[in-house]
Design a protein around this ligand. Structure first.
Ligand code: KIV
Length: 267
């Protein structure tokens, strides 16, 4: 997808060609610009920004207004990127009408190319309607952070035969409803492989093994900016949290000891 501008058809072509799809979260203009410049294929304005940027304990409090505010910044930072808007908790569950209106806002007001929804077969009527309206949909199966209150913990799914069957039937149902790709979060690698091989649309995995058709990670985890914990499925490629603290301490020390501003900073 780095070759030429990405559109919804590119996803399936990449899967057919056996080329991995790289997706990362972005929630502000500079990180969107950096990810696009680095050749990342897809930017997700993930609702994880509720925790990584807004300081909430989980993703549930995030509002449409907050998510749109960040999505607009991402679009400004990366005007040519393929941007997916993660629909906040309760922005698509109340009614079909409200879900369509909110997804429409993501496209019209934030320039999103597609929306992501947590759930499987229960979303089929909504996915069908959104696709009919012209809004591409990426469902999200497996660990569903928006269901934390009913699941009790963030746990791996697909450990029992019944769970694997449910994941497979959900994946087939959303594909048949018109989803262009789907996220598989935190399931055994073997289950990620089985689902990926069973579908014609690409799977984008997070903690679901090497055989998914692409991978997504949370930018703050990858850069070491979210230090409360590092999920097992993530790898830190930089320690920007530590670097940031060191740089800010250096600045504070320089102000206090008279080393900043220097002659070169003065008019
Ligand atoms: O919000 C998010 O960051 C996500 C990814 C984990 C897929 O949904």
């Amino acid at each position: 997808m780095s070759k030429g501008k990405t559109n919804v058809r590119t996803f399936r072509k990449r899967k057919e060609a056996g080329e991995k799809i790289v997706m990362i979260t972005a929630c502000d203009a500079p990180s969107a610009a950096a990810a696009f410049a680095a050749g990342i294929d897809v930017l997700l304005v993930g609702d994880s920004l509720a925790m990584t940027v807004l300081g909430y304990a989980n993703t549930l409090p995030l509002t449409m207004e907050e998510a749109l505010h960040h999505a607009r910044a991402v679009r400004r930072g990366a005007p040519d990127a393929f941007v997916i808007f993660d629909m906040p908790f309760m922005s698509y569950q109340v009614s079909m009408e409200e879900a369509l209106r909110n997804a429409g806002r993501a496209v019209k007001e934030a320039g999103a190319n597609a929306v992501k929804l947590e759930g499987g077969a229960e979303l089929v009527p909504l996915i069908t309607r959104l696709v009919d309206c012209g809004i591409p949909v990426m469902p999200h199966l497996g660990l569903l952070p928006q269901r934390i209150q009913t699941s009790g913990t963030y746990r791996i799914t697909g450990r029992t035969d019944a769970e694997v069957e449910k994941l497979l039937s959900d994946a087939h149902a959303v594909e048949a409803a018109g989803a262009f790709a789907l996220v598989l979060e935190c399931m055994p690698a073997e289950v990620g492989r089985r689902i990926s091989e069973a579908l014609t649309i690409p799977s984008i995995g997070i903690g679901s093994g090497i055989n998914c058709d692409g991978q997504v990670q949370v930018l703050h985890d990858v850069l070491g900016l979210f230090e409360e914990f590092t999920p097992k499925h993530s790898r830190r490629y930089a320690e920007l949290g530590k670097l940031t603290r060191e740089a800010l301490k250096h600045y504070a020390d320089d102000v206090r000891n008279g080393a900043f501003p220097g002659p070169e900073n003065s008019f």
